[in-house]
Design a protein. Structure first.
Length: 238
């Protein structure tokens, strides 16, 4: 199983690895910094350098615990070869900023609005979206939520990760904000937690910045109706 370096070094940009196996259009490494498309966060892209030249990694997927690096051209790479990986850092970093922004918005809703919660989210290269479920929700309320989220951003709170057993995690109130989330935690022997100091903690499998100030200003792009009591907010970071 591939060692996930993006968990132990979220700011890592380059790494050395060995080729564990090669498929028709993909490579599996013994370890990697390339993040796979997962949990609303897009995959990393970048290059792998080998003795036969440079390989472009255009997609990254996870199947059965293995990280599959999808390549345009494998260029004769073989099992056992040594490679040097370089991720597109600008792409990764913007995903990290947006992912932490989503957690901040979720934390504001969870802490201050007991009649509402986030039902989902998706990160892109130039914006992100979150879906809200409230008894009553309008533009004024969402504007208020964004204002509170920006206060957290400007507070410069530390963001860090830790691990615990599923039993320990489920004893923490609010760790699972939806029933599907709770069911997923119950199936995991070890749960990875992303915590924003003195503000929010969530079970999460993504990558994040180390300080909320790195997020930048959260700016509303548009609000869409998704049914009674349901809204979708699209936002960008300045």
């Amino acid at each position: 199983m591939t060692k996930k370096l993006y968990y132990t070094d979220m700011y890592g940009k380059e790494f050395d690895a060995s080729v564990a196996s090669v498929g028709d259009d993909y490579i599996i490494l013994d370890k990697t910094l390339f993040y796979p498309n997962s949990g609303g966060q897009p995959n990393d892209t970048g290059i792998l350098k080998s003795k036969n030249g440079e390989i472009s990694i255009v997609d990254v997927k996870q199947e059965n615990g293995e990280i599959m690096h999808i390549a345009e051209d494998l260029k004769g790479i073989s099992q056992g070869d040594s490679v040097h990986g370089i991720i597109d850092w600008n792409r990764r970093y913007i995903h990290m900023r947006y992912h932490t922004a989503v957690h901040i918005i979720d934390g504001v809703v969870s802490n201050d609005y007991k009649n509402g919660f986030l039902t989902g989210g998706q990160i892109y290269d130039d914006h992100a979206r979150v879906d809200f479920s409230f008894d009553i929700i309008d533009r004024e309320l969402i504007t208020e939520i964004i204002s509170k989220a920006n206060e957290i951003v400007n507070s410069g709170l530390k963001v860090f990760e830790r691990e615990m057993t599923s039993k320990e995690a489920l004893e923490i109130p609010g760790i699972a904000r939806t029933e599907p989330g709770r069911q997923l935690i119950e199936k995991l022997p070890v749960v990875r937690i992303i915590e924003i100091e003195n503000f929010d903690f969530q079970a999460d499998g993504g990558t994040h910045v180390h300080n909320t100030k790195e997020v930048g200003k959260i700016e509303m792009l548009k609000i869409e109706n998704k049914g009674k009591g349901h809204k979708r907010l699209s936002f960008r970071l300045d």
